[in-house]
Design a protein around this ligand. Structure first.
Ligand code: ATP
Ligand code: MG
Length: 570
């Protein structure tokens, strides 16, 4: 490809709204342009990288026996009603209505749609196992679209769905996808961890997330040095260490003027933070809920969502008016004396084992001290609502380490959740109707591109790993006015193309400095510079990663490139 014929409007300035490296670099390298919040257009260079990622994903899915299909991005409401997810997805779903008043959505995922597709057509156990997938844009009206295509509202996802006769067969299908994902992310040269995942609104039991390590990642990987445990922070079980046991004293109400934070309360009363119960005042589906946890911990919202079996959008902070209407006071809510017909009280199990608790007295400027669960208050006890923190121990007692990362893939064992909801059945060996056992498997194709950049850049630009590089080699003509430089450069170009190398030639009548900057920015792995020594057949050879320029005969540079590329293509 001649750069003079290409569309590569690179930017020198760093766009103001871009916070993380991949977002900045994708804009600067003319890979993407923003159309609206979380909505992007892909320019030639960006699209080329996406297609390379897609190709690897396709090859590995096909190798694992999955079949590619393509569904519509527009999905009818009815199939989502059968599973109950039309409401569960809530405001994250882009909804639309046609001219006849029928409701549709832009698909955020497609468990229902795929189940609906095969229902009634896949009739016999003999037609199973079946694994079908698509690579298609998905739509989610994210609360906080950010970081460019990392958390977008329109993004490309590979989604696959497996259908099997029973649980065991489902697990086999899941394991196949697990292995396929390892091959995919290895081939994409990502540094990633496989962790136990959160099933969110997908339902089902087992799930694993593939998380690319990156300091700018929104997710947290919790793991042990010896690899015995790896989880997301949302999913990690907390082995809470109780404060020291004490003799239980009598309940007492104390004056704590203006003291509302745990820190101040702990100071004011000279009581450890752990003993000062933290109240989280919420409205869940509009109804008041108070959650109590030890004061030295944070509430894990995902665990609460699964305890209450509600989606995130069903949970909001309780307003002061509601708190007052319960006979309590903002900043001083506590479980003692509240009418539990009016408010649901949830207590983290750890609190039931802590002596001499400090609780809000439901009255301005007052707290209760020396409270005990069972004696002074009760509630619905939840096994574990705590967010893991550094210093905690794994279930096996190993120290937990934290790393930030980006979720690039997610695989789920769904069981019969969707086949039951949509009543999708097949006839088993005995002629009996059975629900399909399902799995679903996602790769965030566009997000993966951003994750690769997060792991491969320097202050000059992107450093593409060969398998996803938009071009494998670039030839830069230092001065296009010089005939010998043009001639040699185009001869090298011809020979590289003939050898099947994806090569870009910078034949633009620009200053050499501009071309070198662009070359660094767009990160093409192998490079030949044709300059003053062109007459003698000498060029400069370098790689984007190492940077160092070496003079050599052009034939030698050619041979280097062909060898390098072929070695990495295997
Ligand atoms: P997250 O926790 O990051 O919101 P998710 O759990 O909602 O992701 P899944 O429903 O598992 O995501 O979707 C499968 C894959 O699609 C994810 O692993 C991720 O790579 C990608 N993905 C999800 N949401 C987005 C988004 N808003 N922008 C880009 N990619 C996304
Ligand atoms: Mg997920």
């Amino acid at each position: 490809m001649r750069l003079s014929n290409y569309y590569l409007p690179t930017l020198r300035e760093v766009p103001a709204d871009a916070e993380i490296a991949s977002h900045k670099l994708m804009l600067r390298a003319a890979m993407i342009r923003r159309s609206a919040s979380g909505i992007y257009a892909y320019l030639p260079l960006g699209l080329k990288v996406i297609q390379k990622v897609e190709k690897i994903v396709r090859e590995e899915m096909n190798r694992a026996g999955a079949l590619e299909i393509l569904m519509s991005a527009i999905q009818p409401k009815e199939i989502w009603e059968d599973s109950g997810r039309w409401d569960v997805y809530g405001p994250e779903m882009f909804k639309l209505e046609d001219r006849h008043g029928r409701d549709f959505c832009l698909g955020p995922t497609a468990e229902e749609y795929f189940t609906h597709l095969i229902k009634g057509e896949v009739r016999s156990y003999k037609d199973l196992p079946l694994n079908i997938y698509q690579i298609q844009n998905k739509y989610r009206d994210e609360k906080r679209p950010r970081f460019g295509i990392n958390r977008a509202r329109e993004f490309s996802m590979k989604d696959a769905y497996s259908f099997d006769v029973d649980q065991e067969a489902m697990k086999v299908a899941y394991e196949k996808m697990h292995q396929a994902y390892i091959r995919i992310f290895d081939r994409l040269c990502l540094d990633y961890r496989i962790v136990e995942g959160d099933s969110g609104s997908m339902g089902g039991k087992a799930s694993n997330e593939f998380v690319a390590l990156a300091e700018t990642g929104e997710g947290v990987v919790v793991y042990t040095e010896n690899g015995s445990y790896a989880s997301t922070d949302e999913n990690a079980k907390v082995a809470y260490v109780l404060p020291q046991a004490q003799d239980q004293k009598d309940l007492e109400k104390v004056h704590t003027p203006g003291v509302t934070t745990i820190k101040d309360l702990s100071h004011f009363l000279s009581v450890e933070e752990a003993r000062c119960a933290k109240a989280v005042d919420l409205l869940v589906e509009g109804k008041p809920v108070l959650v109590f946890i030890p004061g030295d911990r944070e509430l894990n919202l995902v665990k609460l969502m699964s305890f209450l079996d509600v989606p995130e959008h069903a949970i909001e902070m309780m307003d002061d008016e509601t708190i007052l209407s319960l006979g309590s006071h903002p900043g001083y809510t506590g479980p003692i004396g509240l009418d539990q017909d009016q408010v649901q009280v949830i207590v983290d199990k750890s609190l039931t084992q802590i002596d001499n608790l400090v609780l809000g007295a439901n009255e301005a400027d007052y707290h209760m001290i020396n409270a005990a669960y069972g004696r002074d208050f009760t509630g619905q006890v939840a096994e574990d609502l705590l967010l893991v923190k550094e210093g905690d121990l794994s279930p096996e007692g190993e120290a937990l380490l934290f790393a930030r990362g980006v979720e690039v893939g997610h695989i789920f064992q769904l069981g019969t959740k969707y086949s039951s909801a949509l009543n999708a059945t097949f006839l088993d060996e005995n002629g009996k109707e059975q629900h399909f056992w399902m799995g679903s498997y996602g790769v965030g194709v566009t997000r993966t591109v951003a994750a690769i950049i997060e792991q491969n850049y320097d202050d000059m630009g992107i450093i593409w790993p060969m398998p996803v590089a938009p071009f494998e080699a670039i030839i830069t003509i230092v001065n296009t006015k010089k005939e010998d430089q043009n001639d040699l450069a185009f001869e090298i170009y011809r020979q590289l193309e003939e050898a099947g190398i994806e090569v870009l030639i910078d034949d633009r009548p620009e200053r050499a400095g501009v071309k070198f900057n662009d070359r660094d920015l767009i990160g093409i792995p192998l490079r030949i510079t044709v300059g003053k020594q062109a007459g003698g057949g000498i060029v400069e050879y370098s790689s984007r990663k190492e940077g160092e320029n070496v003079d050599m005969a052009y034939e030698e540079a050619l041979a280097h490139i062909i060898k390098e590329v072929k070695a990495q293509r295997k």
